[in-house]
Design a protein around this ligand. Structure first.
Ligand SMILES: Cc1ncc(C[n+]2csc(CCOP(=O)(O)OP(=O)(O)O)c2C)c(N)n1
Length: 276
């Protein structure tokens, strides 16, 4: 596990380079992978209590990728802590026998807690997992669920949010990757989300709102979480940039998913290194 902001910044660059390498051989959901890369780096390499050698450990933190199309960034974050190698991900991605694909699937990959891809389904399952942990008397572990902002237009998200408060799921941490774009346009033009932080606050959540591409801010937010055995669920509203780190992809809905050339990959890596 990593400790410092500088180490985590370096690690996030590596995750982005891995994503771009894969993106030079396969179509991936690169825009939403890059927006959430900093949050996922801090979550997997700093925050989560997770033993890669024991996926069934009762005393593990659980991770649910509710925006299931960000499977590539999840796989590279899991590779970074030793679940498998980064080259496994690149070799097996989108192959018939492979463990990795455009959406996370637990039938072929035991490191996936729950298969996701249909938006609005992962978060309710995460709430159920948090309720089960609480019911079993587990006071140490948390359930982290990463959602998209477009995903917030699914009614099931709000049914789950209501029940998370009702069942006092203080071990639940919802993370909203608020990049302002969904698959083919701006959230504002597709759905009327309004003040999402206020909505969660009114539902009864502990709400933290911050820049989700700022490693120091992300680390600070995780450090400030109430104890897992507290009674109020937390949500992070993370303001991010879709395509973060690759200038021609930033804030471009057409880079929701796509593929780049080897030359673009080399060029992007150079620029990412310079940002450090
Ligand atoms: C129920 C459902 N409806 C539609 C889709 C198609 N879809 C895949 S990704 C996406 C956009 C999601 O936007 P957002 O949650 O903001 O994700 P991000 O921008 O972070 O990639 C949509 C509509 C889906 N996967 N599931």
């Amino acid at each position: 596990m990593l400790k410092t902001v500088d180490e985590l910044r370096r690690a996030a660059v590596e995750i982005r380079k891995n994503l771009l390498e894969l993106c030079s051989v396969q179509v991936i959901h690169i825009g939403g992978d890059l927006s959430v890369a900093d949050i996922m780096t801090v979550l997997w390499q700093y925050q989560m209590k997770y033993n890669p050698n024991d996926v069934n450990d009762e005393n593990r933190d659980r991770f649910v990728l509710s925006k299931g199309h960000a499977s590539a960034v999840t796989s590279f974050c899991q590779a970074a802590i030793g679940c498998f190698s980064k080259d496994d991900v690149i070799r097996e991605y989108a192959t018939d026998e492979g463990r990795f694909s455009m959406h996370s699937c637990n039938l072929v990959n035991p490191y996936v807690e729950v298969s996701t891809g249909s938006l609005g389904h992962g978060f309710p399952v995460a709430c159920g997992m948090a309720a089960a942990l609480k019911h079993k008397g587990n006071t140490e572990n948390r359930v982290y669920a990463v959602m998209g902002d477009g995903e917030q237009s699914e009614g099931s998200v709000w049914e789950a949010a209501m029940n998370a408060v009702r069942y006092k799921l203080g071990n639940l941490v919802a993370i909203v990757d608020f990049n302002g774009l969904e698959a083919d346009g701006r959230i504002e033009d597709v759905t009327a989300l309004g003040d999402i932080a206020e909505k969660y606050r009114v539902f009864g959540f502990n709400v933290l709102e911050f820049d989700g591409n700022d490693i120091a801010k992300i680390k600070e937010a995780f450090d400030s979480l109430p104890p897992a055995d507290s009674d109020v669920p937390t949500v992070f509203i993370c303001h991010t940039t879709k395509g973060k780190g690759v200038d021609f992809m930033e804030n471009q809905a057409r880079w929701h998913a796509g593929k780049i050339t080897k030359e673009q990959y080399e060029e992007c890596c150079k620029i990412l290194e310079e940002t450090l």
